[in-house]
Design a protein around this ligand. Structure first.
Ligand code: F6P
Length: 404
């Protein structure tokens, strides 16, 4: 491979925490090797249109110092454009012309599964590329920048909602992103000590959820000296009913990658719970016993859904994601220089940089539901009959898995 003098940086798909750390990691590592890095703006849309651009931003030391690594979003901008879906037979020629025009020898691209599939395509077209994993959904095989930030934000929002939930004795449902997998709903929910967590991986039986509410929330309010209590649920947008039906709002349409936009899981859960509360005479008795009952006004506990939506991936990046983003960005430069095109950075631990082929990294990773039974034994409901935690023992080999 010819010497790399200029690297183009792309962030693609949904934005997430830690991307600015990736950008800084790439730019500063490249700089240390005497290589220039430039921003290709607006994800793959920008790559497609590069040939039309007269100027692109060079990540000089001064420009990079103006980027704040702990702020989410991406200084490079995003789009959900998949190169193979662009209606132009000359797309790859056009991309190559754009790269040539700006003297870009190789690309570092940060994104999720759709983005990664384009990294594979571009590599097959002879364009040297390295992939830095990014997705707040954590559905790749590798850890991905943005995941920890999303978990922390879900956890903080959910915990914060308990004060208002408690003041009104409400059941609070927090609907979070998580199209196919529930990693962030699970970990964020546990982080907030949610009572119930619903994941795409476990079809929901609403009778079980309802029984759990009666057993925990009712008792909580009755036990309280001021008759106050709340029940908090974290629900991934991609949950399915027991019959396997996905709960999305047909009117929401599709995104630029062609995926159905999900919306409405929280609302659906609320309706299911309200329906059961209205039909259950024990609810009225409970309302009267704890002094919540007001005929015609307040006959069942209120259930409210809250959808933090894009707030989960906005704002502040976690310290972990800044660490990961910095090191993964720098490692991507080293992989490029070593000619390891078509690979995804896995981790940097000590002096070891690990990577795997991008085609492998982007295979979907679901929540390992064998762990769920452990949380069920701790009293958390997952919308199914609690199962016994079947564990195995395994003595760890040195060195022990990475920790900070
Ligand atoms: O990037 C993945 C994701 O977080 C999904 O979980 C979610 O469905 C999607 O982004 C929503 O993003 P946007 O509305 O910005 O396209």
């Amino acid at each position: 491979m010819a010497a790399i003098k200029r690297i183009g940086l792309i962030t693609s798909g949904g934005d997430a925490g830690g991307l600015n750390a990736v950008i800084k990691g790439v730019a500063r590592e490249a700089y240390a090797h005497g290589i220039e890095s430039v921003v290709i703006p607006n994800g793959y849309a920008g790559l497609y249109n590069l040939v039309e651009m007269d100027n692109i931003v060079v990540l000089s030391a001064e420009r990079v110092s103006r980027i704040e690594a702990s702020v989410a979003g991406s200084e490079a901008g995003h789009s959900r454009v998949k190169i193979s879906k662009i209606k132009d037979d000359k797309t790859y020629e056009r991309i190559k012309d754009g790269l040539k025009k700006h003297g870009i020898d190789a690309l570092i691209i940060s994104g999720g599964d759709d983005t990664g599939s384009v990294v594979v395509d571009l590599g097959n077209q002879g364009i040297p590329c390295i992939h830095v994993p990014k997705t707040m959904d954590l559905d790749l095989q590798t850890y991905s920048v943005g995941g920890d930030s999303a978990i922390n934000r879900i956890s903080v929002f959910t915990r914060d909602l308990k004060t208002t939930g408690m003041s009104h004795n409400r059941v609070m449902i927090v609907e979070v992103f998580g199209r196919y997998v529930g990693h962030t709903a699970l970990r964020g929910g546990i982080g907030a000590e949610a009572d119930c967590i619903l994941l795409p991986e476990i079809p929901v039986d609403f009778d079980i959820v309802y029984d759990h509410i009666k057993a925990t929330y009712f008792a909580r309010v009755e036990r309280s000296d001021v008759k106050a209590g709340t029940y908090v649920m974290v629900v991934a947008e991609g949950i399915k009913t027991a019959s396997g039906e996905l709960l999305y709002d047909e009117s929401a349409g599709v995104d630029a990658f062609g995926h159905k936009k999900l919306a409405g899981a929280g609302k659906y859960v609320r309706q299911q719970l309200e329906k059961r509360m209205k039909a259950d005479p024990a609810v009225l008795e409970f309302m009267k016993r704890v002094g919540m009952y007001a005929p015609g006004i307040y006959e069942i506990p209120e259930v409210r859904e809250v959808v933090p939506s894009h707030l989960v991936r906005s704002g502040q990046t976690s310290a972990f994601d800044v660490n990961f983003g910095y090191t993964a960005g720098a490692a991507a430069v080293m992989l490029l220089l070593e000619g390891r095109t078509g690979n995804t950075v896995v981790d940097v631990s000590g002096k070891k940089i690990t990577y795997i082929p991008t085609s492998e990294a982007i295979k979907r990773r679901e929540v390992d539901i064998s762990e769920i039974a452990l949380f069920e034994s701790l009293g958390i409901c997952f919308g199914r009959k609690p199962q016994k935690f079947e564990y195995e023992l395994s003595e760890a080999k040195m060195p022990i898995a990475r920790h900070l």
